[in-house]
Design a protein. Sequence first.
Length: 100
Amino acid sequence: MSLMHNPPHPGEVLRDWLEGHTTTEAAKKLGVARVTLSRILNGSAGISAEMDLRLSQALGTTPGFWVRMQAERDLAEAKKSFRIKVKKIIPAAARVTEAA
């Protein structure tokens, strides 16, 4: 997964995909409440795994397409404010290799 510096919210991308359709119409076709889709399109809610599957069926995208985009966005946002210092943990497999 290649991380963009400031990836768009999936709702911004979805808005382009749904051009020519009303939010009400698209929500009905997806089987979700209008407010649910509206919150995604406005960037105030993220894409869940279930919504990803609905979108992939409705739009012909690969399952996982939308949640990967959401994960890239979430990671980019987290990196902006992550300040916690942690200590390294050596995985068990690496410890076995070092001991051999």
